[in-house]
Design a protein around this ligand. Structure first.
Ligand SMILES: [Zn+2]
Length: 212
């Protein structure tokens, strides 16, 4: 069961980190892709059993777009985002709400486009959220993202879970660690060690199994 994790960037002009884990959670490949065509070419070459993308992959119910000038609106009154985002907030996990004021609109559009393309080609695609996975696996005392301590913290916490990290030590940064976390979340999903939030219409977020 191979899983490909992507830390997707909003623009194809910036590198989206990609990590591939084999069935034994060994890191077989770590790299980056720019345009969607480069990502899909890599995926067609590797043919992973599961693809875990760290970006919103659906719009809220009632939305056809995120354009302020369009009349589409939340079909559930009083909503600020998707159901899964509301559920995350209740768990104390911060996230961006998917709505027309979103500052990550381009990332959302790209995530939707890419995941639809991949699903049409027959791939299994799941939405993951690296910050949520980290909080559930490593606790809520995470160093601030983009701090120097954060990369060291992630490497320290991922090394017991994922083998082969040493072979890629030169390429380990915040983005590549997030791609590995995304792939690892997919690996947990393949072993039924996950829970899901949200609903099928607005998108399901895959998380490590929640404490009961
Ligand atoms: Zn619309």
């Amino acid at each position: 069961m191979s899983v490909l994790g992507i830390d997707l960037r909003a623009s194809g002009k910036k590198p989206s980190a990609v990590a591939i884990l084999d069935s034994g959670s060994h890191l077989t490949q770590l790299g980056s892709c720019y345009e969607d065509s480069e990502l899909t070419d890599l995926i067609d070459e590797v043919r992973p059993d599961l693809i875990a993308i760290g970006a919103p992959l659906n719009l809220p119910s009632g939305f056809c777009c995120l354009d302020q000038s369009c009349d589409c609106h939340f079909s559930v009154p009083g909503r600020k985002g998707r159901l899964l985002e509301r559920e995350l907030a209740k768990m104390g996990i911060s996230c961006f709400y998917t709505n027309k004021g979103s500052i990550i609109r381009e990332l959302i559009y790209r995530g939707i486009r890419l995941s639809q393309d991949l699903k049409e080609k027959g791939y299994n695609v799941i939405e993951v959220y690296p910050h949520a996975t980290k909080m559930l696996l490593f606790g809520d005392k995470l160093p601030p993202k983009n701090s120097a301590a954060s990369v060291a913290y992630m490497i320290g916490h991922l090394t017991p879970l994922v083998s082969g990290m040493d072979d890629h030590s030169d390429d380990l940064d915040q983005n590549s660690c997030d791609a590995i976390i995304n792939a690892y979340t997919g690996q947990l999903h393949s072993r039924s060690d996950t829970d899901v939030l949200g609903d099928p219409e607005e998108g399901m977020l895959v998380l490590p199994k929640l404490p009961t």
